[in-house]
Design a binder for this molecule. Sequence first.
Ligand code: SF4
Length: 275
Amino acid sequence: MDSDQWKLASLQYLEHLGKLGIRHLPKPSAKLQDMLVEWKSVDPVIKPAVASKAKPPSTPVTSAPPAKIPMGPPVESPWLTPAKNPQERTAALSELKVKVEACRLCHELACQRKQTVFGVGPVTTRFVMVGEAPGAEEDRIGDPFVGPAGQLLDKILIATGIPRDQVYILNTIKCRPPGNRVPSDSESENCRPFLEAQLEILQPDYIVCWGAVAVRAILGTTEPIGRLRGRFHWYKKTKVLVTYHPSYLLRAPEAKKLTWEDMKTLMRELGTLKP
Ligand code: SF4
């Protein structure tokens, strides 16, 4: 608003006050009266000083449809097998798990366990990792290899290039021995049918035995790991590799290089070992 507009606005205000009977304000001069008449004849609509040069688009802007990504055949994981019957396997394992949970063959273990530890992994895997028995963390959580030994196993699997979530991990014994003691022969014998049933359902191409308890249950031998490691053995139609248990590796770190050699044997077999 310029100065003249302000003056006219003031005059309008004074006129309005006059109509209300407010007389003590000074009467506008003749010149201001003329300006008031002039102001009232002007179109009061204020127009923009400069018209916008922007033109509306002639056609509405619409977002382009997302480009279609060509879908090829699904990528097959080298760690999984295209099993014909995953639902049947899942059902069979669930049924077996119920039996394990109800088992009390080993009185001492059954009395002291928080829960049984059945195993975890995809039912279509080609690889089964067999450990010894649940520790305190496994007993608490209900999954195998979740304590410190499990963390070391994770590192070994990562170094080997095997995704943990694509292998089935289980223990020879499904209940925690008190104080993490080594399971007795009778406990291993009691639990072996469950292990065999799991392997029968999973039908893996490879088993890795982690430690002497697994070796005894799978290969039926008491030969020391030092004499069995470094080559493949057979469990029915499945290739078996033997190495030290991660708990032992935590106690004897100098043996880690031997387990790494065993992992390289597996990688060589799979063709994944880089020269
Ligand atoms: S360790 Fe195996 S056989 Fe023994 S009570 Fe547990 S589930 Fe049964």
